[in-house]
Write a protein that binds this ligand. Structure first.
Ligand code: ZN
Length: 141
């Protein structure tokens, strides 16, 4: 069979299969994003409405992929709130976000290595509060 006749016979179905594969992959990615968003939203609503439980929680990567890339936290002592960009957190993307709580410290209440605990409020799509008063988890090990 010549190359030309092979192309005539297989060219169309081959192209069709490639397009179907690409389409299915795109739909799968969209479905994952939807699931990630729903999971992040459910966790956020639970935190905001009931104050927890924080575990289990979605991962950093799931929150970002779902479009909720900001974590709002509050200092237990001075009640200062801050929004932190999850995209800047230097932790593996599969880290559950409840694990960040222990690493977060309020700059104005921090004394040396010790600081009062903070708690997570909710996830948001955009920054709602300036984060300058806060020690970012990436600043300390
Ligand atoms: Zn504080």
């Amino acid at each position: 069979m010549s190359t030309k006749s092979r192309q005539t016979i297989y060219g169309g179905p081959l192209m069709g299969a490639k397009i179907r594969a690409e389409g299915a992959r795109k739909r799968a990615a969209e479905a994952t994003r939807e699931a990630d968003r729903a999971e992040a939203e459910a966790w956020s609503l639970q935190m905001e409405a009931f104050g927890g439980p924080a575990q289990p929680s979605p991962t950093i990567g799931q929150c970002i992929n779902g479009g909720l890339g900001w974590l709002e936290v509050e200092c237990n002592r001075c009640k200062t709130r801050a929004s932190l960009p999850l995209g800047d957190v230097r932790r593996p993307r599969d880290t559950p976000i409840w694990k960040l709580e222990a690493a977060l410290k309020c700059r104005s209440c921090k004394k040396g290595r010790s600081a009062p605990p903070v708690h997570m409020i909710k996830l948001t799509e955009t920054r709602e509060i300036a984060p300058y008063k806060w020690v970012h988890p990436s600043e300390e090990g």
